[in-house]
Design a protein around this ligand. Structure first.
Ligand SMILES: Cc1cc2nc3c(=O)[nH]c(=O)nc-3n(C[C@H](O)[C@H](O)[C@H](O)COP(=O)(O)OP(=O)(O)OC[C@H]3O[C@@H](n4cnc5c(N)ncnc54)[C@H](O)[C@@H]3O)c2cc1C
Ligand code: SF4
Length: 538
């Protein structure tokens, strides 16, 4: 029987992970199978079912979180699955991989521990597969329109599934030999076992989506303009995988590689393409340059390959344990996080990260092989080396995980369709995901820049709705959770002014600070002034 006061009496408990050292012996997911079952109903019961659910607004997909929490607490799993699958095509991916901005925005998180929303989502998703509640949904009738989706990451897959279900004949063109984008060749299996991807692809095939691998659109044998002529609409979802580099002395040394080269080979080895990875960290001293997801995935992979030592360099200062003043609830704050890879390396006790570390060069052994990475402490604020702090970390493998600068420029799709890039290197599109070329749309990282899976799925769904409107004319039936310019909830600091003049309920009398919704981009929008929390869908 659900307890209306469970949020007061039941402590937050998360899904248990396997022993960190035991995890290094295999590449299986880090979570203990079935670990959620005994606790999940009580955890869902902690949801207060708020009148204004900030979690729902913080989720780019607009997942109906309080609805499914209540249903799970009551053991209504099939109905919970129906609610979840109404807004999220791939909850088995987000339930494992999403950083859960919804939990940062949970009302309980104001002064207690947030509801374990992501864990609950995952349990609903996994049970839906096991119980047969997540069945293929082929269209009732075909529209006769043909759509090409270029790229098979989460954005392309979500767009394709929505368009197929709406009755359009949809084909996904992927240049790689396997479908999945970064879900396949970026994220390692210890965070997402690939049979989960295969299962979803089998469902999509059963619904009627076509897949063509080894199809590099833009190449001479498959030019984008010809593809456009053969289809009624095209969705470009080619990701943003142009890797940033470090133009530093010694960069050409043998042993300095892009992180994505390393991760792709490790994933290919797991797929059976190589007996051992052609670029293995085994027995090597590894330095990973970068502080994000990609760097953490390199760390977990290098530990599994039995590296002799691994150090990770982060140019930023170590984040605080708690929210900083300029990142108030309900934004997703930058705080000190220990990922599963860091846990395996011994964090937080022995954290392999060196913070405020800037790389100044690579040293070689005289025969062109990497021998060390030269680093210095970064001056706070300007990231430049502080004089007198230079030192060398011995290394014979350096992995560059410095982020991405938009879609790869070698891709000739833009040139062939007459598309332009914006100031950040992403493909230009309007609010409705449409480019300047008639019937050509852009979804996912290719338009937004390197982001998150949840945003990619939301982009795919919304771009599919835009395509559906374009094809049928007028209104579409498909849901569009975001626009192309929607952004995550973010904080900003108002110029210090008397609160009365600002007129924003809840602004701190001490700092005059408030926050605004990234969706409208207004500094103090009218909704906020009216006390609606600036969180209505714009
Ligand atoms: C190592 C790593 C770890 C990450 N971990 C997380 C995480 O834990 N959680 C999270 O939320 N996000 C994570 N991300 C980010 C997330 O993976 C991306 O935001 C998401 O995959 C973007 O989806 P997408 O469909 O836009 O592009 P992608 O997944 O990049 O897919 C693009 C696809 O287009 C194909 N393509 C490119 N050019 C062509 C062409 N000319 N013709 C045909 N096909 C083409 C590519 O081969 C690729 O398959 C991670 C990213 C990286 C790099
Ligand atoms: S997709 Fe991410 S933000 Fe949305 S409910 Fe799931 S964990 Fe939260």
């Amino acid at each position: 029987m659900p307890d209306p006061k469970a949020f007061l009496t039941t402590p937050r408990r998360q899904r248990e992970r396997r022993d960190p050292q035991a995890r290094l012996d295999d590449r299986r997911e880090v979570y203990r199978p079935g670990a959620l079952l005994p606790i999940i109903n009580q955890q869902a019961d902690r949801c207060m079912d708020c009148g204004l659910p900030f979690c729902h607004h913080a989720c780019p997909l607009g997942n109906l979180i309080p609805d499914w929490n209540v249903l799970v607490a009551d053991d209504h799993w099939r109905r919970a699955a129906a609610r979840l699958l109404a807004t999220n095509n791939f909850p088995e991916f987000t339930g494992r991989l999403c950083p859960a901005p919804c939990e940062s925005a949970c009302v309980l998180a104001i002064d207690a521990d947030a509801v374990t929303i992501k864990n609950i989502e995952l349990e609903i998703a996994d049970r839906a597969w096991e119980s047969g509640a997540d069945q293929p949904k082929p269209p009732d009738r075909m529209t006769g329109f043909r759509v090409a989706v270029i790229g098979s990451g989460p954005a392309g897959l979500a767009a394709a599934q929505q368009l197929t279900r709406a009755g359009h004949t949809t084909t996904v063109y992927e240049r790689a030999d396997r479908i999945g984008g970064l879900l396949r060749y970026g994220i390692p299996p210890f965070r997402l076992e690939k049979h989960r991807l295969e299962r979803r692809l089998a469902q999509m095939r059963a619904e009627g989506t076509g897949f063509r691998t080894g199809a590099a659109v833009g190449d001479d044998d498959l030019p984008a303009d010809r593809l456009r002529e053969r289809h009624d609409a095209v969705v470009i979802a080619i990701g943003a995988t142009a890797c940033r580099d470090l133009a530093l002395p010694g960069r050409e040394a043998d042993g300095v590689h892009q992180a994505m080269t390393y991760l792709t080979l490790a994933n290919r080895t797991d797929e059976g393409d190589h007996p051992v990875s052609p670029l293995s960290a085994e027995g090597r001293s590894v330095v990973i340059v970068g502080g994000g997801d990609t760097a953490a995935d390199c760390l977990g992979t290098a530990l599994r390959q039995r590296a002799a030592a691994v150090t990770q360099l982060d140019i930023n200062p170590r984040p605080p344990h708690d929210r900083a003043d300029d990142q108030p609830w309900p934004v997703h704050p930058k705080v000190y996080r220990v990922t599963t890879s860091h846990e395996e390396a011994g964090a937080p006790v022995a954290d392999p990260r060196v913070f405020t570390a800037t790389t100044v060069g690579f040293e070689t052994d005289g025969r062109g092989h990497l021998a060390g990475v030269r680093i210095a402490s970064a001056a706070p604020g300007d990231r430049h080396p502080t004089p007198g702090t230079e030192r060398t970390l011995p290394a014979d493998l350096a992995l560059l995980a410095l982020g991405f600068s938009g879609p790869e420029r070698e891709n000739r799709i833009a040139e062939q369709l007459g598309l332009t890039h914006d100031a950040r290197g992403n493909l230009t599109r309007d609010e409705e995901f449409a480019t300047s070329a008639d019937g050509v749309f852009v979804a996912g990282d290719a338009g937004r820049g390197q982001s998150l899976i949840v945003w990619a799925i939301a982009e795919g769904r919304s771009a599919a709705a835009a395509v559906d409107r374009y094809l049928r004319g007028g209104t579409a039936d498909l849901p569009a959770p975001i626009t192309a310019t929607s952004r995550a909830l973010h904080a900003y600091v108002e110029e210090r002014r008397p609160v009365r003049a600002l007129g924003v309920p809840g602004a701190s009398p001490r700092t005059g600070r408030t926050w605004a919704c990234g969706r409208c981009g207004e500094s103090a929008c009218r909704a906020s002034r009216r006390g609606e929390g600036c969180l209505t869908r714009h």
